[in-house]
Design a protein around this ligand. Structure first.
Ligand code: TMP
Length: 239
């Protein structure tokens, strides 16, 4: 079995500096509410596990005990109604800084495939474009939180706002209601988030692969699988 050299690409396609070479593969999923990214992250993880690949499936905010507490504060806590955009952005990046150091870097160094349901593109789209925070400050805080830990590939699932709303209402009708502060924003906020995601994809087309999230689950999965396979063939996972 020929083993190809480890993956060494940064988000922008430039080789990682020697000191930061990681053996694993870092995949992130992004998208607006109810775009299907969580389902697709799970399907990809399941398929890779069936091939006996070492998988770490994570989510943001969250993914560590500290991060899950921050998630609760951000989304569900009764005490969060007055949260400012600045506090929100810093809490998200506190969760991220913890996740990167506690889980993602060790997993990548051990040669695992890390799949993360949201990462820093969410902050650019939601806090930068959505909340209107200064993009330079948002980027500085993200850079501080993640350092050189950048996704190799990002699957961005996009659905129009009406589709998000339809799916969210359908989900609410079947599940017990749990208040989520993030979902309380108005339509114009979510439209700015979509604009932000388009801008992110345009700026980094090699890393960010845009996927139409309105298709059926299996078709989207097949599309994501077709984009993932070449990465496996290039990396340490080549068989
Ligand atoms: P989700 O995991 O169900 O998508 O919920 C996470 C929520 O948090 C979602 O509304 C998007 C939001 N979020 C941000 O606003 N900025 C971020 O950086 C991240 C990771 C999530």
């Amino acid at each position: 079995m020929a083993v190809a050299p480890p993956l060494q690409c940064t988000a922008r396609g430039a080789p990682r500096p020697e000191t930061q070479r990681m053996k694993g593969l870092f995949i992130t999923f992004e998208g607006t509410e109810c775009s299907g990214k969580t389902t697709q992250a799970q399907l990809l993880a399941d398929r890779l596990r069936q091939l006996r690949m070492p998988i770490r499936l994570l989510r943001e905010p969250g993914g560590t005990p500290i991060g899950e507490e921050i998630r609760h504060t951000l989304q569900h806590s009764h005490a969060n109604a007055a949260m400012t955009p600045e506090a929100e952005m810093l809490l998200l990046n506190a969760s991220r800084a913890q996740l990167v150091r506690e889980v993602i870097r060790p997993a990548l160094a051990a040669g695992e495939i890390v799949i993360c349901d949201r990462f820093y593109d969410s902050t650019v789209a939601y806090q930068g474009y959505g909340r209107g925070l200064d993009p330079k400050i948002v980027q500085t805080v993200i850079d501080f939180a993640v350092g050189d830990t950048r996704p190799d590939v990002t699957f961005l699932l996009l659905v129009p706002h009406e589709v998000s709303e339809e799916r969210r209402l359908a989900r609410q009708a079947t599940l017990p209601f749990i208040r989520d502060r993030m979902e309380e924003a108005d339509r114009s906020f979510f439209e700015r988030v979509i604009t932000g995601y388009h801008a992110i994809a345009a700026a980094e087309p090699a890393r960010v692969r845009v996927i139409d999230g309105t298709g059926d689950i299996q078709t989207i999965h097949n599309q994501i699988w077709a984009l993932t396979l070449p990465l496996l063939k290039r990396g340490v996972f080549a068989t």
